[in-house]
Design a binder for this molecule. Structure first.
Ligand code: 4GO
Length: 229
């Protein structure tokens, strides 16, 4: 998958995309990420990218011109699914990330200041939010989105199984996990996990996942079963 990111702060992405799983995914050719500085496309001599809002009010608004020119230059003739990261977007879910992981090409637009000129929406296909809170820019949400969807690209994770068992994979939160030692400071790993009976372990894990979901996120139980496969 190819991902282009339009931002005023490309340097924010270097650490996250250069290291760990995403670095390896790029080295392996599974993922290709490019950042583009919107400021390079400002057609005024001060390279200004924001201006006062029509109608007044606090803060500044990102101008349409640098964003349109940046989008047109980056997109070229190849089709792409274009996403704006904004607190007004639909909430990002594992389900949506899994669908987006199938796209050949994404372009992510990161806003700053109080937001972007509304006319930018004419060159955007989807607005996404990572949660019901406001951040200083769309860069962290873009990183969250890229990290989240990358895990659904075959080969990015070490073992294919890990995305199937984790929280949200089946609409439930994950069951408790333990590793050695079986007795740590008197806290004992549940007997059922130690005796190796596969079917019983599966049943226990499912019950624990239901219990945990009911305690922590009961609303998710309403979605249980509606998820993919
Ligand atoms: C996205 C962008 C929060 C989100 C943002 C989010 N804050 N919840 N801030 O995904 C325009 C001004 C949006 C700064 C940007």
């Amino acid at each position: 998958m190819k991902i282009d990111i339009l931002t005023l702060f490309p340097e924010m992405f270097t650490g996250v995309f250069g290291s760990s799983m995403l670095g390896r995914a790029q080295a392996n050719g599974l993922l290709e990420i490019h950042t583009h500085n919107i400021r390079d496309y400002a057609d005024n001599k001060h390279r200004k990218t924001d201006d006062y809002p029509f109608g007044g009010g606090a803060g500044m608004v990102m101008m349409a011109q640098p964003i349109f020119d940046c989008m047109e230059a980056v997109q070229g003739d190849a089709p792409a699914h274009r996403i704006l990261l904004t607190p007004r977007g639909q909430l990002l879910t594992a389900k949506r990330a899994q669908e987006l992981a199938k796209e050949e090409r994404l372009i992510l637009l990161c806003g700053h200041y109080e937001g972007v000129d509304e006319r930018v929406n004419t060159i955007i296909d989807e607005e996404l939010s990572i949660g019901d809170y406001v951040l200083t820019g769309g860069e962290l949400p873009a990183m969250v989105l890229v990290d989240c969807l990358s895990r659904f690209i075959p080969g990015v994770l070490g073992s294919e199984e890990s995305v199937l068992d984790e929280s949200h994979a089946d609409g439930l939160l994950e069951y408790p996990q333990y590793t050695r030692p079986a007795d740590f400071r008197g806290m004992i790993v549940p007997e059922i996990l130690q005796n190796g009976h596969h079917a019983k372990i599966q049943k226990w894990r499912h019950e624990q996942a239901l219990l945990k979901t009911k305690q922590m996120r009961p609303i998710l139980l309403g979605h249980f079963g509606k998820f993919q496969k």
